[in-house]
Design a binder for this molecule. Structure first.
Ligand code: PEP
Ligand code: MN
Length: 334
């Protein structure tokens, strides 16, 4: 249930109302915009007398929200969430470019890729230190050492960094990480979601291989219900019967998520397609569909990458994609 308050209601009256609702056993999510204040009532609202609430002087309207996701819902917060991190803006009409290798391999590799993607206009550097691999015999990532190399690349270039956490025990190592990624395989690792929900830093939540849009939003809700509202949703392709591409990029998820939720939506065309040649057209399509960001795997030597070389762009290819995406965004804004 949501209660929309009248414009200009004094704060003490808002506080009193919240206090009363909380005493009824509800959790209250407060969203304050320039022209309105919305209270999200979470919990068993069956005890609440809707007419009584709607009849209060300070209340303009009361609505039942049938969706099970509340905090991430556009009904609760009509305006876009814009997440600002290390000079980058994600959401609210800013197109953020996230680029870097699948995995951090060596000091030289991450520094050279970081410099190259920065020069090409990337706003955030990506790189995996803990890698979720299908085979236990494949490279599993450099772990703590990889995180240290990422931190050096951040120092060297000034780019904020994003990297994936795979389990709760790794979290203490992530202090210097600017955006924590929850990978597709962990979209429904609810304990992990609750734990990153207690942090005060942005979380990029990838859609699971078989995750529905509703399940993705419910996972975002797990993070937000613990207090961390800085969630970025990521469409990275889903499993379908099609095997020509690594996954099937569900681009309709972008406008759908943006209709349902105020959270920023990023598209990862690299994992969605698995093929470097498809990354450019799908990046442009993602930007045209209204994505708030694009995350692209870039490697200095894709043929010899330790992970996901086939889908990685060279720095030159990335520079071309970035320039074209910028031109498209400018054209769409005209
Ligand atoms: C990644 O971004 O490195 C990754 C493993 O992606 P996903 O979880 O989408 O497979
Ligand atoms: Mn990868």
């Amino acid at each position: 249930m949501i209660a929309i308050l009248r414009a200009g209601v004094p704060q003490d009256q808002v506080d009193n109302l919240i206090h009363w609702l909380e005493s009824q056993g509800l959790k209250i999510h407060l969203s304050t915009g320039d022209y309105y204040t919305v209270l999200g009532l979470v919990g068993d609202t069956s005890k609440i007398d809707m007419e009584l609430l709607a009849g209060l002087d300070i209340v303009q309207d009361v609505k039942r929200v049938s969706e099970p996701y509340k905090r991430s819902s556009r009904v609760f917060q009509p305006q876009d969430t814009c997440i600002e991190v290390g000079g980058a803006k994600i959401g609210g009409g800013n197109l953020c470019l996230i680029a870097g290798p699948c995995s951090v391999e060596t000091h030289e590799q991450i520094i050279s890729v970081a410099k190259a993607v920065k020069a090409a206009g990337a706003h955030v550097l990506r790189g995996g230190a803990f890698k979720p691999r299908t085979s236990p015999y494949d490279f599993q990532g450099l772990g703590k050492l990889g995180l240290e190399m990422l931190s050096e690349a951040k120092k060297e270039t000034g780019l904020p960094i994003i990297t994936e956490v795979m389990n709760l025990n790794q979290l203490p190592l992530f202090d210097d990480v600017d955006i924590i990624q929850i990978g597709a395989r962990n979209m429904q690792n609810f304990d992990l979601l609750k734990e990153v929900g207690k942090l005060n830093k942005p979380i990029l939540l990838k859609r699971g291989l078989c995750g529905t849009i509703k399940e993705l939003l419910m996972s975002a809700e797990y993070i937000m219900s613990e207090g961390n509202e800085q969630v970025i949703l990521c469409e990275r392709g889903i499993r379908t019967y099609e095997t020509y591409t690594r996954n099937t990029l569900d681009l309709s998820a972008v406008p759908t998520l943006k209709n349902l939720s105020h959270l920023p939506v990023v598209v990862d065309p690299s994992h969605a397609t698995g093929q470097a040649k498809l990354v450019k057209p799908m990046s442009l399509a993602a930007a045209a569909a209204g994505a708030d960001g694009i995350m692209i795997e870039v490697h200095n030597d894709p043929k010899n990458a330790w992970c996901d070389g086939a889908q990685s762009l060279t720095p030159e290819q990335f520079a071309d994609v970035a320039a074209r995406v910028r031109r498209l965004v400018e054209a769409l804004a005209e």
